[in-house]
Design a protein around this ligand. Structure first.
Ligand code: BG6
Length: 508
């Protein structure tokens, strides 16, 4: 069942299953995966017959692993404090398995553990393998899972199912993404592959389609005739923290823009799908990505790359990127990006700029999409030398999730000046609760076998096609970094870039 079609999660028919998390002692497991499993378990949304195995290379007992998870949940879960009653029973379904990712003995032992747990918890042979590990390990893990018959061959009939979930980045550029795909497909079928882009699990991102296609009033305005431009911002105030080694390989474009931002952009730019079937939605998203105008040499020069230097964030001193652990002192890795792109299709007419700005260690954490409409004809209410402000529709992805519309209004009184005012909808105050974490939704989806909110291989590939030439240009064009201080809105060139088009970034 498609998540957009359902009326409530309790209507989902969830098969029993066993979940194996590779990289179970890693950062993502602690910060996101453990709190997600805990919260959906507590809400009674997991299958009644369920068990979880953490697979990692460190020596640990089941008890130590459970204690580690409990600590992480206590620090990172959106619901606090931890419910000790629930946890003491739930933890009995969680186990630890120590092994190297390429060790045959490790997988042999895993197969035994899985067979035992399958009997004990009646999970009926259904399995999800969650690969929360560096992408270089994906092929070998999948190969071993296949070798030890832990993943089923979809060409043969089985009553049970097996699925593999992988975390981005899906490749490093177009070529390596293709290679990764080929490597995975040697051992698993596309229908068994779930590529997590957790932005798709965010309520506000899912709501983009509902907002666009469930409300008649906006759709007729959603095109080049009425929209002046679109701004997509994904700003974070945090730095690289403990992920220096990862960032030195990836950088912000690969980490955030090629996937999260492009997913948002495709939902904003897409045509209405034929139906809410996953494949119909994916088809429309791919069409938008394919319509993006390739960057020219000129575009390469105007795209702004940044790297943060020392500064202040939230009133405290913050070190520069090059001073972070595991980062080279002369690193060329970008932590900020501002660019403009166009969609050459009928809806967007190749004339509506989509401005994208994303970065680490910016002034605050905020992600939003702003649709800036064209000016009203300035004949009636325009004051001399002062234009009225354009209408702006803002979809706030996070925090303070919501939607607002800026409109012009008459100030009460005889002089009648115009003033922009904001109509505001907030998830928190309207629904009386903050939306669940993205990973909670995605966990339920891959257990249920719904891949609507997961990236399809051609989406990934098309996005790499757009950005690989830029990455190649950067590789041969070094920058003088750092070029913005922590706690600011990025390099001044980002302001200059948009100013050339007589526009400004929204003040957030
Ligand atoms: C991850 C990136 O995919 O998304 C991180 O690897 C980034 O660098 C994170 O911080 C942002 O996610 P969220 O949900 O906090 O916006």
């Amino acid at each position: 069942m498609n998540p957009l079609e359902e009326t409530g999660r309790s209507t989902r028919n969830i098969d029993p299953c066993l979940l194996v998390i590779f990289g179970a002692t890693g950062d993502l497991t602690g910060r996101k995966l453990a709190p997600a499993i805990y919260n959906i378990g507590k809400e009674g949304l997991l299958p009644a017959n369920f068990a979880c195995v953490g697979f990692a290379r460190r020596e640990k007992s089941n008890e130590e692993f459970r204690d580690d998870l409990k600590k992480s949940i206590s620090s990172y879960s959106r619901t606090q404090p931890i419910d000790d009653n629930f946890w003491s029973t739930f933890q009995e379904q969680i186990f630890y398995h120590k092994s190297e990712f390429d060790s045959d003995e490790g997988y042999e032992a895993l197969a035994k553990t899985i067979a035992d747990l399958d009997k004990r918890f009646s999970t009926r042979g259904n399995r999800v393998f969650y690969l929360s590990v560096q992408p270089k390990f994906f092929p070998i893990i999948v190969e071993k899972l296949r070798k030890f018959n832990l993943i089923y061959d979809v060409t043969k009939e089985t009553e049970s199912w097996s699925r593999v979930v992988i975390e981005k980045p899906f490749g490093h550029d177009l070529k390596s993404a293709g290679q990764l795909q080929d490597d995975l497909h040697k051992n698993i079928d596309e229908s068994q592959t779930y590529r997590i882009d957790h932005y798709l699990g965010k309520e506000t991102v899912q709501n983009i389609m509902v907002f666009r296609f469930g409300n008649a009033i906006f759709e007729s305005l959603w095109n080049y005739k009425h929209i002046d431009h679109v701004q997509i911002t994904v700003a974070e105030d945090i730095g690289i923290g403990t992920r220096g080694a990862f960032y030195e390989e990836e950088g912000l474009l690969r980490d955030v823009v090629q996937n999260h931002v492009m997913q948002i952009l495709s939902l904003i730019g897409m045509e209405p799908p034929v139906s809410l079937k996953a494949s119909d939605i994916h088809d429309e998203k791919v069409k938008v990505l394919k319509s993006i105008r390739p960057f020219t040499e000129e575009d390469f020069k105007s795209i702004v790359r940044g790297q943060y230097g020392p500064g202040f964030v939230n009133g405290e001193d913050a070190i520069g990127y090059r001073q972070e652990k595991n980062v080279k002192p002369d690193s060329q890795i970008e932590t900020f990006l501002a660019l403009r792109l166009f969609i050459d299709n009928w809806r967007w007419g190749g004339t509506v700029p989509f401005y994208i700005r994303a970065g680490k260690r910016l002034a605050k954490r905020t992600s939003e999409v702003a649709i800036v409409f064209k000016d009203a004809p300035g004949v009636l209410f325009q004051e001399p030398n002062k234009k009225s402000e354009p209408n702006v529709l803002t979809l706030r992805i996070q925090p303070d999730e919501g939607i607002s519309m800026k409109i012009n209004c008459k100030v009460p009184g005889p002089s009648s000046p115009l003033q922009p005012v904001k109509m505001d909808f907030r998830y928190g105050s309207y629904f009386g609760q903050s939306p669940p974490e993205a990973y909670e939704r995605l966990f339920l989806d891959f257990i249920i076998g719904d891949n609507t909110l997961f990236a399809r291989t051609d989406e990934v590939e098309t996005s790499w096609k757009i950005f690989t030439p830029l990455l190649e240009y950067w590789a041969k064009t070094p920058m003088t970094f750092p070029n913005y201080a922590c706690g600011t809105w990025g390099p001044k060139e980002a302001d200059e870039m948009i100013a050339k088009d007589n526009r400004t970034w929204r003040k957030l």
